[in-house]
Design a protein around this ligand. Structure first.
Ligand code: SAM
Length: 265
């Protein structure tokens, strides 16, 4: 309980496929709170059973978030502590929870986030693409026109782009990406942390030319190189690529034989 005797809202991540990724702290907090707000109570019920946790579940999802959000805030103001979980990964990341957090903060209720599994970051760190600067774009709009507009906007964004996508929309999304971005590096991360986890590290052009190289089953994260990774046409300003020896020869204005004498390889 806080100084003001209100309850605390805990944001508790759950595994994105592999139950071994549930943290000790997540299990402890779920066992300690008064109630758990869950996106899908049946799904969360199975998780709780696995960890032998018995707590009242409150259904909280996109379509009842106004009414249930007010109810949950009421519980917190009465002094009850509530954990918010989604079906998988971080609550509030492409999942319900963000509204509840905003309302709790407006009321002055303490919000405690727990670190844990998240599909986008799990894919990013194994992608081999730039991790210094990235944009989480989540799900693209479902409809063609809006999706194309959003991709055109994102085509200007520097840094790696992170997307979630459903398997049945993947082919059309990849084609739209190729049209909007041109050829860029892409990593398709499938079924992360699960038995059939796979990474396809390629570029948009090769992927669109051979869409059959992917298996369209399971869950996907797409990691795409940012606008800063697209090579501009520098043919007018740059010389042809040269060997190390040639570069030294040019730089120090010495003969090729001298280069071989001085360069330790
Ligand atoms: N809150 C979750 C998180 O923190 O990652 C994301 C929930 S969002 C509704 C579900 C989407 O996340 C899926 O459609 C898929 O794009 C991605 N995702 C979730 N689990 C995944 C996994 N094991 N492998 C690949 N992508 C996954």
């Amino acid at each position: 309980m806080n100084d003001n005797e209100w309850g605390t809202l805990y944001l508790v991540p759950t595994p994105i496929g592999n139950l071994g990724d549930m943290t000790y702290r997540s299990v402890r907090i779920l066992g300690e709170v008064d109630a758990i707000a869950a996106e899908d109570t049946r799904h969360t019920g199975i998780l709780l059973k696995h960890f032998d946790i018995k707590k009242p579940l409150i259904s909280y999802h996109e379509h009842n978030k106004e009414e249930k959000g007010a109810y949950i805030i009421g519980l917190l103001l009465e002094g009850q502590s509530v954990a918010c979980v989604s079906d998988a990964g971080m609550p509030a990341i492409s999942d319900p929870g963000a509204d509840l957090v905003t309302k709790a903060i407006e009321e002055g209720i303490t919000v405690v986030p727990l670190p844990g599994a998240n599909a986008a970051l799990t894919a990013l760190i194994a992608s081999g693409l730039d991790t210094k600067s990235f944009t989480f774009a989540g799900f693209l709009p479902k409809r063609g026109k809006h999706r194309v507009e959003e991709l055109q906007r994102l085509s200007q964004v520097m840094g790696t782009l992170l997307f979630y996508e459903a398997p049945h929309r993947l082919q059309e999304v990849l084609q739209d990406m190729y049209e909007a971005f041109g050829n860029r590096s892409i990593v398709v991360a499938r079924e992360l942390t699960k038995k059939f986890e796979t990474f396809v590290r390629t570029d948009l052009e090769s992927l669109v030319k051979d869409l059959e190289q992917l298996t369209y089953k399971g869950e996907f994260v797409l990691i795409v190189g940012g606008a800063d990774t697209v090579e501009s046409d520098t043919s007018e300003v740059l010389d042809e690529p040269v060997s190390y020896e040639e570069a030294v020869q040019k730089r120090f204005n010495v003969s090729r034989r001298d280069v071989y004498n001085i360069v330790e390889r």
